[in-house]
Design a protein. Structure first.
Length: 266
């Protein structure tokens, strides 16, 4: 009968449609799974490519250059200084105590221009880079003293509550600063120490005790820089601090102990 044929045909047709829908569902499910895998992979890639907190801090510090206005430097820091101190010269130092480092901005008496930028690493994991010219740069906690060459001036002090050692270099044309002093300082936080640099004090009169004493100093310091153990120190010790300026000369204002400016606070 016709009716029977109709009834018999419907289940067969229905089965074909069911198989088609199941196939579509499987394809859609596979596509959804593929999209999820791709999305997860993209998230992992983005997470892996994102800068770590210390890398973000390094990128921030690398934007700080002498000659900036104080407003621009404050904008880069996006934070209020933790300490300020007016110096006898009328200049003012602004100090930021950060997680991996301390930063000093020496500003003119009118609070307009940044005369020098000081970066003092308190952790050996902190490695910002600073250009020394078109082709050369120094990286804190990586570049060795000896790699910069012989300095024009060197000075250091190894006191009970504050210590430092610096070597000054005139920079090549194209550098963002005219002069940079590289060194190490007493941290009292983190793992940066001045103790290795204090070996220079074993040569009386070789290393002036501070910048004022070094400013008028003349003579050959080759012995200090090449003799043992000082030569070995310069060939094996990474630079942990630098002070950069566009001024034609360094000044003692640029070498304020971060520990002293902070009133002995870490």
């Amino acid at each position: 009968m016709d009716t029977g044929d109709d009834v018999e045909a419907n289940p067969s047709e229905s089965g074909r449609h069911g198989r088609k829908w199941k196939t579509v569902e499987r394809l859609l499910g596979a596509l959804a799974a593929l999209i999820a895998v791709i999305g997860g992979a993209l998230w992992v890639f983005q997470w892996a490519a994102e800068d770590s907190p210390v890398e973000k801090e390094q990128n921030l510090v690398e934007q700080l250059m002498p000659g900036l206005t104080l407003d621009r430097a404050a904008e880069i820091m996006d934070d209020k200084p933790h300490y300020t101190q007016r110096l006898a010269s009328g200049n003012r130092v602004y100090q930021y105590n950060r997680k991996w480092e301390r930063i000093q901005l020496l500003v003119d008496p009118d609070n307009i221009s940044v005369l020098s930028v000081g970066v003092f690493a308190d952790s050996t994991d902190f490695r910002p880079s600073f250009p020394l010219g078109r082709k050369h740069q120094l990286t804190l906690n990586r570049t060795l003293y000896d790699e910069i060459g012989e300095p024009s001036v060197l000075f250091g002090d190894c006191g009970v509550h504050s210590g430092s050692y610096f070597e000054a270099h005139s920079l090549l044309e194209g550098a963002p600063a005219a002069i940079v002093a590289v060194g190490i300082h007493q941290s009292f936080r983190g793992d940066s120490e001045t103790n290795p640099a204090c070996g220079f004090k074993n040569l009386p009169g070789c290393v002036p005790h501070d910048f004022k004493a070094a400013e008028a100093l003349t003579g050959d310091h080759t012995t200090c820089l090449t003799s043992a153990p000082e030569g070995a120190f310069r060939r094996s010790t990474p630079i942990a601090a630098f002070v950069a300026t566009k001024q034609v000369e360094l000044s003692d204002d640029m070498f304020q102990s971060p520990y002293v400016v902070g009133g002995g606070n870490y």
